[in-house]
Structure formats: C-alpha cells, structure tokens
Design a protein around this ligand. Structure first.
Ligand code: FES
Ligand SMILES: [Fe+2]
Length: 355
C-alpha cells in the first residue's frame, strides 16, 4: 500500500464515539465479549519460540495462554490451564522444556498437548489415552508475528489484516529481529483513548516536537484499511545521518482492536505496543522492542530513547482526555477530516458492539 496520496474519508466534522463508552464499566464487559474474545490477539515474535521445546506464556482476551514449539517443530497454543483442577500450568514468562508439568499434583503433558502422566490416577491405565489433554487455541503466524484467536469461527489471520501484512512485509529484517526489551506502563485512561490517539497525527506538532523534527510532516499520510490503519512519512531531507542500510522513514500501524506496531528511522527495529484494559479507566500498556543483533549499538540506544520520549508524550495527553470524558460539559466530540483514522475505529467499535 502506498502512502503517497492523502486519503480522507470525510470533509466535514463527524462525531466521535459517545464518551460514556470510555467511562462505563459495563461497556468494558461488553467489549470483552464482543471484541477481544473474537479478535486475533498478537502474542509474540517467532524468535521467541525458534526451537522445539521453546515456549512463552501470555494473555489473550484475559485468558492465560501458552505458546509452544512442539518436538515436530509445529507451533501450538493452549489455554495455560491444567485439565485436572484448573491450576495455571506454566508460571514462567518463557523457557525451554521437553515436557510441561503442573505444579499442583504433577500431571505432565507432551508439547503437543497430550496428557503424559497423571500420578493421582495410577490405577487407571487408560486414563492417559487421549482425553484430558490441554485445550488448544488457534494460532497463526504472518510476517514473523504470532497471533492467537479464541474464536473457532474467526476469519484467517492473513485475510483479516491483509493490507497490514502486505505493507509491513516490505521490511526485510522482520524475521531477523530479536526481543530486546519489554516496558510496561499503567495508563489512567480507557484503552480506546490510547487507540484514538495513535490513529491521528493532528496532535504531533503540538505534543511531539522531536517526532516532527525528524519526519517530513508535509508528506505524512494516514490510510485506513479493513481492520487496520497505516501511517507514516519519510525522514526530512535535511536529515542525512541515516545510512543506506537503515530505515529512512517512520511507519506506524494499528490493527484491530488494541495492537500497534512502529518502525522508526534508523537500524532495523520494530516495536509492538499492546493496550490491555485493566478496568474501564485504566489500561496496561506493554511496549516490546525488537532489534537486530544481541547487544544494542549506540545508534539503537538513541532510537530507544527517542521512541520512549514520544510514548511518554502520548500518555500525558490521553490521561488528560480521560478526565474530560467524565465531565458533564460534553457527551461527545468531533473528528476533523484528518482524524479519519479515529472515525474508522469508532465505526468498527459501533459495529462490534451493535450500537
Ligand atoms: S491441578 Fe494440575 S495436576 Fe492437579
Ligand atoms: Fe502521539
């Protein structure tokens, strides 16, 4: 997808979502059921489960999940829950194992999810014959990114975010990246406020001085795709400090409902930004940075400091916005023509919630 031409979906002022959707705890319950438990949930990068026996644990739609590369090399995902009496099976964030063992009564499972041994059922020889397996979850991979979906009937991953995968596929370094760092931040806003913020750059000249000093904002463009949004621009001509092997643009992606990816100018890099609702007015932001190589170079360190600064600037404004959502002054806002990404997201939320 080219970002050369401005795409604006409307010319007048269109309404935002009504503000009660950002302040009512009942709406979050509805969103869990109608949005998060039906969507593809990004959970990690293929480098995190490169070899048979590698695993990591995560959450998808509030469910504990384990993603594992089994002995045959097949990537699998399961609810991280023991079939015996529900104990969370693996406690560690990541590791390497030949067999998975529950810490309560010691049931063991093969990496393909089959029950291996159930010590407290020694007398029943046929107990391990296939029943009582781990419960599997759909897992699919595109562009070295791993996703799970709790909905058996969801459309395939590649089809759901076709435009996103086509565009991000231009960065040949994705498969070479390794997880470098994870930062978490509690943000005092509804999760949708952070997404709204990401989907427009009207705020960039005001909130992000370093960002607009680096990218050519006269060419900045924002394009809506089905279930995704792609935006970015090249670095300013005056910035000659990027060599040919480096990325010379900023590219920013959002995919429905709560995940964003950023590629910043500089050495090959990708950040995944996940916004997990904690409650209706609190969000856990998880920022995972992937880089090439093992030890960050000076240039990579500079890039990390730059992205961190931009993120901080966004957190400040969305927390101020949440204060206003609760005010009786207004019950709804308006989207400018260049806030068409915000309006697109609002439409998807309305459709998902049947509003
Ligand atoms: S709950 Fe897992 S072995 Fe009993
Ligand atoms: Fe921003």
């Amino acid at each position: 997808m080219t970002l050369q031409k401005s795409t604006v979906s409307h010319t007048g002022a269109l309404p935002t979502l009504p503000y009660y959707l950002y302040t009512d705890p009942r709406i979050l319950e509805l969103e869990k059921e109608k949005i998060f438990s039906k969507a593809w949930n990004y959970v990690g990068h293929t480098s995190q489960v490169a070899k048979p026996g590698d695993y990591f644990t995560c959450e998808a739609a509030g469910e504990p999940i384990i993603v594992v590369r089994d002995q045959d090399g097949t990537l699998r995902a399961f609810y991280n829950v023991c079939p015996h009496r529900a104990t969370k099976l693996e406690k560690e964030a990541a590791g390497h194992k030949k067999i998975l063992q529950c810490s309560y009564h010691g049931w063991t499972f093969q990496l393909n999810g089959q029950l291996h041994k159930a010590p407290n059922f020694k007398e029943s020889d046929d107990f391990c014959s296939g029943a009582h397996c781990l419960k599997s979850v759909r897992v699919e991979t595109q562009a070295s990114l791993i996703f799970v979906n709790l909905d058996e009937n969801a459309a395939p991953l590649a089809e759901t975010y076709a435009d996103f995968f086509e565009d991000i596929g231009q960065f040949g370094f994705l498969g070479k990246l390794k997880k470098h760092e994870v930062k978490q931040r509690i943000i005092k806003c509804n999760w949708k406020a952070f997404i709204d913020n990401f989907l427009e750059c009207d705020h960039c000249p005001i909130a992000h001085p370093g960002f607009v000093a680096t990218l050519d904002m006269s060419k900045y463009n924002i394009i809506n795709g089905p279930y995704c949004n792609i935006q970015g621009s090249s670095v300013k001509q005056s910035r000659s400090d990027y060599d040919d092997a480096e990325v010379k643009e900023g590219r920013f992606y959002w995919i429905w409902p709560n995940v964003m990816y950023t590629v910043y100018p500089g050495p090959g890099n990708l950040s995944a930004i996940q916004m997990f609702p904690v409650d209706h007015e609190t969000t856990l932001g998880v920022y995972t940075v992937f880089l090439e190589g093992d030890e960050p170079t000076e240039k990579q360190k500079e890039l990390l400091a730059f992205t961190d600064q931009v993120r901080k600037e966004d957190v400040e404004i969305v927390e101020l916005e949440q204060i206003g959502f609760k005010s009786r002054a207004f019950s709804q806002g308006i989207c400018s023509p260049t806030e068409h990404g915000v309006h697109h997201f609002a439409q998807l939320v309305r459709e998902a919630l049947d509003l």
